[in-house]
Design a binder for this molecule. Structure first.
Ligand SMILES: [Cu+2]
Length: 119
């Protein structure tokens, strides 16, 4: 009986974690603006999903707070664009006008992952 109670308890915890994880995610992604900063820290880009306008040149701002070499470069492999990010600073990255679509960006080892959604 106590085993059953323990299992139910674990399931409840899993459900709560799952709920908050889902609730914390933004469906369409953050909307791009000139002042939007992408924080590079603890293995995640924040925001990790950004909606950008199609057909416009834009500038992304990456604030790298992770000194590990893992975070050193941001790579847009579909666009053949990469940029070295300075630690504890904001690095600007210019992107050409994009067609509608999805453009993943990662660190060079693909542990950091983000997505640009061009609409
Ligand atoms: Cu990495």
């Amino acid at each position: 009986m106590s085993l059953l109670v323990n299992i139910l308890g674990l399931l409840l915890i899993a459900a709560i974690v799952w709920w908050f994880w889902l609730a914390g995610r933004k469906n369409g992604g953050e909307h791009y603006s000139d002042t939007l900063e992408i924080l590079v820290k603890d293995g995640v880009y924040d925001p990790d999903r950004i909606e950008v306008p199609a057909g416009e040149e834009i500038t992304l701002h990456f604030r790298r707070e992770d000194p590990s070499p893992c975070a050193e470069y941001v790579v847009f492999s579909d666009l053949d664009i990469s940029k070295q990010l300075a630690v504890h600073k904001v690095t600007e990255l210019n992107l050409p006008a994009l067609q509608k679509g999805e453009y993943p960006f990662t660190c060079q080892m693909k542990m950091y992952r983000g997505l640009l959604v061009s609409r």
